[in-house]
Write a new protein. Structure first.
Length: 186
């Protein structure tokens, strides 16, 4: 399994940060305790008006009563609350389906971050929500406004479903948030 390496969004575009400790590298893959690494301090919590977590990462009971995987966390927030990009990157995919609802995927080096249940709409290959207009291949900066909390798709209340994938493996976003908090305390 390869190391988990954050990416740096600079004037020259995305460039790989090549050195992390073995423990920090295992954090996102294995859920081991994270070391404080200053590079994580560049990441941004995606919901500006946080109300609480309403669903955890991992197996949970779904609407049909059976156990199902949940590849992210649900972050409750008032309808229309701003959503910011966790890390700088490029919009890889726009989504409009019955599960995720209106959503998007941003690629940041080996990471993909997924944002579901957004307010706004998809039309002619563009996502629109207030002043936000994004399409595939749009560049976004860390902390940039990328949408607003909605209730699209399979949702019982306003929230953001936020998922993080490294390579082809889903990662618990709370582990990512802990690494970010440790970096800020540094």
């Amino acid at each position: 399994m390869g190391p988990c390496i954050p990416w740096d969004c600079s004037e020259r575009g995305l460039r790989l940060i090549t050195r992390l400790t073995a423990v920090t590298a295992s954090v996102l893959v294995c859920g081991a305790p994270a070391l404080a690494d200053w590079r994580w301090s560049r990441a941004v919590f995606p919901v500006a008006m946080f109300s609480g977590y309403t669903s955890h990462f991992g197996l949970r009971i779904g609407p049909a009563g059976g156990s199902e995987p949940h590849h992210g966390i649900d972050i409750a927030a008032p309808l229309g609350s701003p959503i910011r990009s966790w890390w700088g990157g490029v919009v890889k995919e726009l989504i409009n389906d019955t599960g995720c609802g209106v959503g998007l995927v941003i690629q940041s080096g080996p990471y993909e971050h997924l944002y579901c249940h957004l307010a706004g709409s998809l039309d002619a290959g563009r996502y629109r929500s207030g002043q936000v207009v994004l399409q595939v291949d749009s560049r976004v900066a860390s902390g940039q406004l990328i949408g607003h909390v909605g209730m699209s798709g399979r949702s019982t209340g306003p929230h953001l479903h936020w998922g993080v994938r490294y390579g082809n493996q889903w990662v618990d976003p709370l582990v990512v948030l802990r690494a970010m908090a440790r970096a800020r305390r540094g």
